[in-house]
Design a protein around this ligand. Structure first.
Ligand SMILES: C[S@@+](CC[C@H](N)C(=O)[O-])C[C@H]1O[C@@H](n2cnc3c(N)ncnc32)[C@H](O)[C@@H]1O
Length: 248
């Protein structure tokens, strides 16, 4: 049963269709290199990895060169694109808050701030618990966080453009806030030779601090360390499933 059913419509067909285009500026190779380095330093014998909230599979190629890879993703439209790009990888449709793949991995990662889509602290604890249950004893959980309640900004309008001969995209958003929930009201204007379309998608993202991570990792039977840089300069949490911990 999904604990996040009200977000099932996120990353729907319209957004999935332009997702890789709107993030044309993101360097996925750097993220992959960061993850590989992190794992090599801590668990060089790691062979299997699950990428949670894998989106359209932009980290997948790089990670699958090093690991037996699996992917988990909530949005069917994003998943469809990941499967088309990487037909030999096993992708699962599921909610990170509550999933059971009936197997464990050496490493689990959740990148590009996707963890924040859980929205609430309770869902966050459940998601960390579900990921921890899918780790071998001694396995690693790597989480790239979103902003904290202290670092999140509001009240500015942001804009990104794509300008190709047959595709123009303007993406504007204003960041709002409701307590410890960041609210991004995304507007997309997409133009191609057949016409121009406007659509919106609102994203609600949990603002979690280091104490929230410490509490969730502890409850899930994980030790952890915090790397204040991480692949995207927003920090990185590295959890270790204790070898003596029963499945949380
Ligand atoms: C910012 S995108 C990142 C996608 C991919 N990791 C990347 O780096 O391109 C966030 C992703 O999280 C997925 N997502 C949101 N909530 C989720 C949940 N509860 N369980 C699994 N995936 C989820 C979304 O569908 C979307 O694909």
């Amino acid at each position: 049963m999904s604990g996040n059913a009200n977000q099932v419509e996120l990353y729907n067909e319209k957004l999935a269709e332009i997702y890789d285009k709107i993030y044309h500026f993101k360097n996925y190779e750097l993220d992959v290199a960061y993850v590989l380095n992190c794992v090599r330093q801590r668990l060089p014998e790691a062979r299997s990895l699950l990428e949670v909230a894998c989106g359209t599979g932009n980290h997948t190629g790089g990670l699958s060169a090093a690991f037996q890879l699996g992917g988990l993703e909530l949005s069917p439209a994003m998943l469809e694109r990941a499967r088309a790009k990487h037909p030999s990888i096993l992708f699962h449709q599921g909610d990170m808050i509550d999933f059971d793949l009936r197997r464990t991995y050496d490493v689990i990662c959740c990148l590009f701030r996707s963890i924040a889509f859980v929205k609430t602290r309770e869902n966050f604890r459940r998601a960390i618990g579900a990921m921890a249950r899918h780790l071998h004893p001694g396995g690693l959980l790597l989480i790239e966080p979103f902003f904290t309640p202290e670092t999140y900004w509001t009240g500015q309008v942001k804009m990104n453009f794509l300008d190709e001969p047959e595709l123009k995209i303007a993406w504007l958003y204003v960041s709002g806030r409701d307590g410890d929930l960041g609210i991004m009201k995304n507007h997309f204007l997409v133009g191609c030779p057949s016409g121009v379309e406007h659509f919106t998608e609102e994203h609600k993202l949990a603002l979690l601090n280091r104490d929230d991570y410490a509490a969730a990792f502890e409850a899930a039977g994980l030790d952890h360390e915090y790397d204040k840089v991480g692949p995207g300069n927003v920090g990185f949490y590295i959890g270790y499933r204790r070898t003596d911990s029963a499945a949380p």
